[in-house]
Design a binder for this molecule. Structure first.
Ligand SMILES: *Cc1c(COP(=O)(O)O)cnc(C)c1O
Length: 438
């Protein structure tokens, strides 16, 4: 069946651009007040205007999350650096930068992107892992602070720059934070950071090359479950800090837990702010100077702002369940298949009504499940479904597997939709291929 479908599409098409696959909105009776509204527009209006599937971000939700974090840490000099790998759309980066955040970049290209978004070098932190030294040089030579995450890199940095360029050091404190095994980054086998147990080695290098270490960093995993446990982990960094007299900041990475399921525990940022502020002040007094407290939130800022709107293409009743097949899949949102993560799914046309149990799947020729046995307001072929928490690691991890175009992206700003990335075309997808057989 897939072959016929794909075959006929290609046969009927004369020009490449026209194969841009976008599900035609099917007329479904929708009452506007019972439909999903994102920042002032209904999901259906957005799909009618921009096509399906579609990523939509609500700028107001991003602003509220930013403000919540900034308020929680307002008692100490602090800096928030947006980990832009979560969502690298230029409009999103600029919006968050205008709110006051700097950028945490993990590749030379992300550093370059931050520059293009108007972020000055002084507000960019480069936190790469296992990259070639040339990327470290690229950032350092543009005045971007590098978070060094390996002994050999520390040594090369020292040899090359001595104390002429400041640097920060990423410490692996070996804390097992919660979350999925793929996103725990602090434990003993982790490839991230320089082990806290190698402190003597670090100090020998720093002193041999008279390096200027201005920051210590840790990013332990993905989830801060309670403030006290987090502060216990932070003590490792406070302890280490006394070995470095020239510090300007301590960077505690991220780990702000975002609720995906209705009963998920989210990080209580207010309580974290209170506990950390008190402890950080105490530490600064002992250290003898006021330092800055840094965090690098990614998903906390953007996850809840985003929806992936998809269209139900088929309803398939099997002996065991009812599938809703959609015009999207793991090519657009891979988190459920990659991390077994839960994304809320709702009938965006009808928020209230008779509910049924569905398994929602994508159209990729792989096991491609968005959600199993989900309770949804009764859907039909043509119904628009919304996948929630799609603002982080959604589009950023998407692909064009199965030669399917990536969706467009829309930012809702002051009640109006703005197209911030156009839908991919077959032409876009073929652009890098080089034909040799005529
Ligand atoms: C990915 C990453 C973050 C952001 O993590 P979230 O869970 O999205 O908040 C922060 N710092 C570093 C170094 C990262 O690699």
């Amino acid at each position: 069946m897939e072959t016929t479908e794909m075959g006929s599409t290609v046969m009927e098409t004369t020009e490449m651009e026209t194969t841009e696959m976008e599900t035609e909105p099917i007329a479904v009776a929708v009452s506007p007040d019972s439909a999903l509204n994102i920042g002032g527009q209904s999901a259906r209006q957005l799909v009618e205007q921009f096509g399906s599937p579609l990523y939509v971000y609500d700028a107001e939700v991003i602003r509220q999350h930013y403000q919540r974090l900034a308020n929680a840490f307002s008692g100490v000099p602090h800096r928030l650096l947006y980990a832009c790998k979560a969502n690298n759309n230029v409009a999103v980066i600029k919006f968050i930068h205008q709110l006051g955040a700097g950028i945490d970049a993990v590749s030379a290209n992300e550093v370059e992107l931050a520059f293009r978004c108007g972020v000055p070098a002084s507000q960019i932190l480069f936190t790469p892992n296992c990259v070639a030294f040339s990327e470290v040089e690229y950032a350092a030579e543009r005045g971007v602070l590098v978070n060094i995450d390996n002994i050999s890199v520390l040594e090369r940095f020292g040899q090359k720059y001595g104390g002429s360029k400041p640097c920060a050091i990423r410490i692996n404190p070996h804390i097992l934070a919660g979350g999925n095994a793929h996103i725990q980054t602090g434990h003993i086998d982790s490839k991230f950071g320089i082990s806290i147990h190698q402190m003597r080695h670090i100090l020998r290098i720093v002193s041999a090359y008279q390096m200027n270490v201005v920051g210590l960093h840790m990013h332990t995993g993905s989830e801060i479950l309670d403030a006290q446990t987090f502060v216990t982990g932070a003590e490792i960094l406070f302890d280490a800090a006394f070995q470095f007299p020239d510090l300007q900041f301590l960077d505690f990475g991220s780990g702000f837990k975002v609720p995906y399921k209705p009963d998920d525990i989210a990080t209580d940022v207010e309580s974290l702010g209170e506990t950390m502020t008190a402890r950080f002040r105490e530490f600064c007094a002992e250290y003898g100077r006021e330092l800055e407290l840094w965090f690098e939130p990614g998903k906390f800022l953007v996850s809840a702002s985003g929806y992936l709107l998809v269209t139900a293409t088929v309803l398939k009743q099997t002996p065991s369940c009812v599938f809703i097949g959609t015009d999207s899949g793991l090519n657009h949102l891979i988190r459920p298949m990659l991390y077994d993560s839960y994304h809320g799914i709702i009938n965006a046309d009808q928020l209230q009504g008779t509910e049924r149990i569905y398994t929602v799947v994508g159209c990729i020729c792989e096991t491609d499940t968005f959600g199993v046995d989900r309770r949804l307001v009764e859907a039909q072929e043509g119904t628009i479904l919304a996948l929630k928490n799609a603002g982080a690691y959604g589009y950023a991890m998407s692909s064009n597997y199965n030669l399917r175009a990536r969706p467009a992206e829309v930012l809702m700003l002051n009640g109006r939709p703005h197209l911030i990335r156009r839908r991919e075309t077959l032409e876009d997808m073929m652009r890098l291929q080089v034909e040799v057989l005529g």
